[in-house]
Ligand binder design. Sequence first.
Ligand code: FAD
Length: 429
Amino acid sequence: MQTLPDRADVVIVGAGIAGTASAWYLAQRGLSVVVCEKGRVAGEQSSRNWGFVRQQGRDPAEIPLMMESNRIWRTLERDLNADLEWTVGGNFVCFQSEEDRASFTRWRGIAQQHGLQSRIVEPSEMQQIVPDSQLGKLGGIYTESDGHAEPAKVTVALQRAADGRGATFLTDCAVFGVETSGGSVSGVETEHGTIRAKTVVLASGAWTSRMLAHLGLTFPQVWITGSVARTTAAPPISKAATWAGVAFRQRRDGTLNIATRSADHDLTIESLLFGRAFLDDFRKHGRDLRLRFGRASLALALGRYSKAALRRELTRYRTLDPAPNHRQLDDVLARLKQAIPATRDVKLSDAWAGYIDMTPDMLPVLDHLDQPSGLVVASGFSGHGFGMGPIVGRLVSEIIADGQPSLDLHAFRFSRFAEDGPLTSDTVI
Ligand SMILES: Cc1cc2nc3c(=O)[nH]c(=O)nc-3n(C[C@H](O)[C@H](O)[C@H](O)COP(=O)(O)OP(=O)(O)OC[C@H]3O[C@@H](n4cnc5c(N)ncnc54)[C@H](O)[C@@H]3O)c2cc1C
């Protein structure tokens, strides 16, 4: 059993990429940091994602953050002294319709204003990025400075580096609640006892809405299940992380991680509570979504209302591990073989899924709350928080150690959910 420190400068709830990167940066600032993780490091979204580290297609508000994150990624292997399979191969999106071309062309204009270079790829040039492929006849968009990395390696490397700087990681240590006194954070109650701290960071991924509900705060967040598969090794195909109706990224050993944008939505109580806020997303992406109702949906409903049920869930679901959609993945493999003839002999060697935590505008919250003061929220990354992980960690450390972040975080304020007017997403992916 790990020893529970009785106090720390900062307690971080959750050891996904947001929590571990925050711990790494905070520890470098000389603060005492304890990370409490109910399961294992990177057990949920941070080890289950596609591994795309892209600036391309981002909501305009995220572009400056992602450009800075891209700069951090470029030296991360050296800074962490770890192999992350970091590859600067660009991000390539093949247009599926003329509408795609129009919206990406508009987006490219916005990116250019930020100094980010992306280029429209004509159909005749597509083979330069993915040789010997049949990726459609409409062309695409390519951001050469984008990259990809291996999720199974990144967050654990951040944890090791943070540990080396003195941060304490407690696994199998669920935080049941944030404690307050006189309107300020005073610590956390964990399953093994209390840790006193004046600052708590909620980097609790899909669980953040429930954690905040027990503080009387409303965070509209729903869960979407994304399925991913790995293939056996293929000959070299492309260094680009590509979306062409099927998403693929080739690893150094020749295997490919493949997926599709179609997703399943396991209905939970949040689907009902926040459904209205997500109507715009549903209109845009509804055709890619399949509704499911499973045992977990019912059990997970209870924790929103009762503290006892939330405790039960946090220790029962140490690691959320939804079932992958095998039918969908078989279809993805067939589409890959059609698009890239060199993959004709590959087979699926592994498959998994992860719950993605979505907000209505597909933007995260990165904010230091006023009520209770001392509470920092870094959550709601809506399916693209892996690439942002490093900059999120740095910004959280600036919010806490400097009192203000070096980049404009207005779009990521928590209070936007209580403001008038609908929240809409401006992302083109
Ligand atoms: C299938 C899939 C594909 C994706 N593809 C990409 C991609 O290509 N590129 C990209 O940028 N992003 C992608 N993402 C999104 C990305 O993985 C996430 O946005 C990112 O990992 C979120 O990190 P996090 O640290 O916020 O959350 P998580 O990694 O989910 O970590 C949260 C942690 O908090 C812990 N926790 C929660 N509550 C408590 C508590 N009360 N006490 C203790 N511990 C707690 C959980 O156990 C968990 O380990 C994808 C996600 C999925 C699922």
